[in-house]
Ligand binder design. Structure first.
Ligand SMILES: [Zn+2]
Length: 316
């Protein structure tokens, strides 16, 4: 090998490393910004995310950084306000469409990044402060909303009333309602356009929840016992929800398409949503008449959620 060739090789290697490093910075950008807020909030968030290995993953290019994946901001009203962000496999952007409304659900995000790095696709994600809920507040006033409750007007009304006690019993200010509803419409529009171009015509939404032993609120059992979620499972289908004794109740699918349910139920915990499910403004409700696959796993259950995501992506 000539000296020139050796230099060229070394340079191209350095270039490749730089590319990987730059991609790592790009995909970790949201996480970097996610550490805002006051120290008490940060401590609370740290406690919630104690399974979250984001910092370690960010430091390693092999964790979140993939040279082919580009991060682009699709919409942001203003700095520090909620943003709609796309992560796109530049070589194969239109294979799969993934949606991530909750920025604190780091395991789902990492699994999604790895998935599109390997299989192509686009992730549409809401980002702002690294937390589950976003804040549309300004001038020191908080206006929190759950980004997975703003796809319909009923959902917007409900999440704003639930999360902002200071709004009181009165009507929600029209300006605030319109901004949040507008953001929700932009979020689903970004997913709609991703879905319209995707080879695989289903919205796949990775989510994470906390261990049911710590937080009994939500799991596959929610769809089989009295309460709101039970009413949302399609009662006309026997064996819905499908519950496997051997599996963690935090790991399950929620789907809108009967064929997806029938393919998943043998091997996985799964619930099929009813046509009459409560309008809570979630993506599941918005996509009730299309194919929507919620891939729900416990925070930190990385390998498990990756296997579930592969299953969700091969149902055709
Ligand atoms: Zn979620």
């Amino acid at each position: 090998m000539t000296a020139t060739a050796r230099v060229a090789l070394r340079d191209s290697h350095a270039g490749a490393l730089l590319t990987v490093f730059a991609a790592a910075l790009v995909t970790c950008d949201g996480r970097g910004r996610s550490r805002g807020g006051d120290s008490a909030e940060r401590a609370a968030q740290a406690a919630l995310d104690r399974h979250d290995a984001a910092a370690a993953e960010c430091a390693s290019p092999s964790g979140g950084g993939h040279a082919d994946i580009q991060r682009e901001v699709a919409y942001a009203e203003a700095p520090h306000q909620p943003a709609i962000v796309r992560f796109v496999n530049r070589r194969r952007p239109h294979t799969y469409c993934l949606a991530i409304p909750h920025e604190n659900e780091q395991t789902g995000f990492e699994v999604a990044i790895e998935f599109i790095a390997r299989h192509g696709g686009t992730i549409v994600r809401v980002e702002q402060n690294g937390r589950r809920n976003v804040d549309f507040g300004n001038a020191g006033r908080k206006s929190a909303a759950d980004p997975n409750r703003i796809a319909t007007r009923a959902g917007v009304r409900r999440t704003l009333a639930m999360l902002n006690a200071d709004l009181g019993e009165g009507p929600i200010p029209a300006e605030l309602f319109d901004r949040v509803a507008g953001f929700g419409q932009r979020f689903v529009a970004a997913i709609d356009s991703c879905l319209a171009r995707a080879d695989y015509r289903a919205v796949i939404a990775p989510h994470n929840n906390r261990d049911a032993t710590l937080d009994a609120d939500y799991g596959i059992l929610s769809y089989g016992r009295p309460g709101a979620a039970a009413g949302d499972a399609d009662k006309t289908v026997t064996g819905n929800p499908a519950i496997h004794e051997s599996q963690d109740t935090d790991d399950f699918f929620v789907v809108t398409d009967r064929r997806d349910f029938d393919r998943l139920r043998a091997d996985w915990n799964a619930a099929l949503l009813s046509r009459d499910a409560t309008d809570d403004g979630s993506l599941a409700i918005y996509y009730l008449d299309k194919r929507y696959i919620n891939v729900e796993a416990q925070h930190g259950a990385h390998a498990r959620q990756a296997a579930m995501l592969r299953a969700a992506a091969h149902l055709n």
